[in-house]
Ligand binder design. Sequence first.
Ligand code: PEP
Ligand code: MN
Length: 339
Amino acid sequence: MIIQLKSEITQVQKDKLVDQINSIGYKITEVNTQIGTYLIGIGKAEFDIRRFGHFEGIMDIHIVSDDYKLVSKKWKVKPTAIDLGDGVYIKDGDMAIMAGPCSIESEEQIRNVIDHLKVAGIKIMRGGVFKPRSSPYAFRGLGLDGLKLWHQLAMEAGIKIVTEVMQVSQIEEMYDYVDIYQVGARNTQNFNLLDELGRVDKAVMIKRGISGTIEELLQSAEYVFSGGNEKLILCERGIRTYERASRNTLDLNAVPILKAKSHLPVVVDPSHGIGIREFVPQMALAGVMAGADGIIYEAHEVPEKAYSDGQQTLNFAQSELLADQIRQTFALRKSFSLL
Ligand code: PEP
Ligand code: MN
């Protein structure tokens, strides 16, 4: 159960309400976000809305039986729009394109990618400065100094930044230099990290866990929301299955299911999803048709020389073509009333 409170509710009114809810055996958690105040009630007894409607200070009451609540569409039908400023959005009814290298490597590389994004009309650049690598001997990223340089160049070009945060201590130091914090697939259930990202007033994109279910992804988003941050984006990036012919199994089923269950925007990452460069465009376009609100993919001037994930990275010509095809496919999808 979710009770949305009016901003002008007094402490006395709130205490009365909480006492009454506790009296039916419900456990209450108060959530304060950038946008609103909510009481989340968890309990076994049937919740009779009529017993609560007359309390002062309530805006609305919603029965949400799922384990995730605040990210559920059951109480908030209106889709959440992520406003990155300067007219850049990630939202339902729109198609956000995010592209860039797996890893930020050098000033020259950043400049090359930014030039490419401008030509391709792409407004959000991806890239990792803290890289989660399966081997400790692989390139682990340029770190905070790399991020500061990247931010300077991106800002000058009017480009937004999405980059992975790997641990709690990085959140604050990264804050001034990112537009979207990315939570990587290996950290989807790092609940301390999610809790702390809940305290930040900046967008967070949560990737689906390596072997994570759709429900678990929504629960991870619930952590951030209930910590106080409503600016959330969900990302399907493929899951580990028994299939070895592709790096991961891009679960496009997740897109319409997530869109139906949640009010949050959904993005598809075909690069990590299939892991094979020549098939990235097909899966990107399939993601668009599945109902995604955005596509995030890897691009590099010379993918063969990329420090990481070169095998799934597009060159700039391929990326420019794909960005155009994503827009065309989105226009086609919009013309189908079903989607
Ligand atoms: C990445 O975006 O480069 C990355 C490491 O992604 P994931 O967490 O999905 O593996
Ligand atoms: Mn990568």
